[in-house]
Write a protein that binds this ligand. Structure first.
Ligand code: ATP
Length: 224
C-alpha cells in the first residue's frame, strides 16, 4: 500500500513486544510507510492507566527506537480531554490527504469498538487490521450485532483490497503470536526478583531501564 500510514493506539502501560512486534510485522506485510504508536491520554473505554501520560509517551519513544518505521505520536497526550479514536483518525486523515490509513487493533480491542464514539465513522477514515490475540481471538458470532453486520460487509483476507480504496476494509491478519500482556507485566514488576527475571525479554531493555529509573509499577495494586 504505497504511502499508507499505520496507526496503533493504546494505553502502553507499559509498551512491550506484544505491541511493537505485531506493529512492525504489519508494516512489513502491508508495506506501510510508517506506523504511528499513539499513547492515549485519557482512554474513554477502560480504567485510568497506572503510569503518567508523560511516562507512557517516554516509554513509547524508547520502544519505537528499536524498530525502523515505528514512530511515537504524542497527539493524544497533548490534546486535552478523552482520547477519542475518531478524532485522532480525522486529524491524521486531514494532515495526509489521499494517503490510506490502516488502524491496527488487537482482536480484544476490536471486539469492543461498537462502544467507541461515532464508531461507524471510523470505517470512512481508515482500514482496520485485526490481529488475533491468542487468549482473546475474534469470534464473529459473539460481536455486537451492528459490528457483526459491518464485519460481514467489510471483512477480507486479501491485502490487495486495501490498495483499491482509502478506507473501509477490515483485514484479519495473522502475525507471530506474542503472548504478552501489560497487566501481567505490571504484576511482575510489582512482584519479587524472580517475577522480574521472568519478564526480561518481553519488553525492550531501554523501557525496562526507564521503569527502574523512575520506580514505576513498584507496588501498584492492579484491580484490572
Ligand atoms: P492489557 O494486556 O493490560 O490488557 P494491553 O496491552 O492490551 O493491556 P493497550 O496498551 O491498550 O492494552 O493495547 C494496545 C493495543 O495493542 C490493543 O489494540 C491491543 O489489543 C493490542 N495488543 C496488546 N497486547 C497485544 C499482544 N500481546 N498481541 C497483539 N496485540 C496486542
Amino acid at each position: 500500500m504505497s504511502g499508507a500510514i499505520g496507526i496503533l493506539g493504546g494505553t502502553f502501560d507499559p509498551i512491550h513486544y506484544g505491541h511493537l512486534r505485531p506493529a512492525a510485522e504489519v508494516r512489513d506485510a502491508l508495506r506501510l510507510d510508517e506506523v504511528h504508536l499513539i499513547p492515549a491520554s485519557v482512554p474513554p473505554h477502560r480504567p485510568a492507566p497506572v503510569a503518567s501520560a508523560d511516562a507512557r509517551l517516554a516509554m513509547t519513544v524508547l520502544g519505537c527506537a528499536e524498530f525502523p518505521g515505528l514512530v511515537a505520536d504524542d497527539r493524544e497526550i497533548l490534546r486535552p480531554g478523552p482520547s477519542y479514536t475518531v478524532q485522532t483518525l480525522q486529524e491524521i486523515h486531514d494532515e495526509n490527504p489521499g494517503r490510506p490509513l490502516a488502524m491496527i487493533v488487537g482482536s480484544d480491542a476490536f471486539s469492543g469498538i461498537a462502544s467507541w464514539r461515532r464508531w461507524e465513522q471510523l470505517f470512512t477514515l481508515a482500514h482496520f487490521i485485526v490481529i488475533d490475540r491468542a487468549e482473546r481471538p475474534l469470534v464473529l458470532g459473539a460481536l455486537d450485532p451492528a459490528l457483526k453486520i459491518q464485519c460481514e460487509r467489510r471483512l477480507t483476507t486479501d491485502p490487495m483490497r486495501l490498495s483499491r480504496q482509502l478506507a473501509g476494509a477490515i483485514l484479519r491478519l495473522a502475525v507471530t503470536p506474542q503472548p504478552i500482556s501489560a497487566t501481567a507485566l505490571r504484576a511482575a514488576l510489582a512482584g519479587g526478583v524472580e517475577a522480574r527475571e521472568r519478564i526480561r525479554g518481553l519488553l525492550p531493555a531501554a523501557v525496562l531501564a526507564y521503569i527502574d529509573r523512575n520506580q514505576l509499577y513498584r507496588s501498584v495494586p492492579d484491580a484490572r
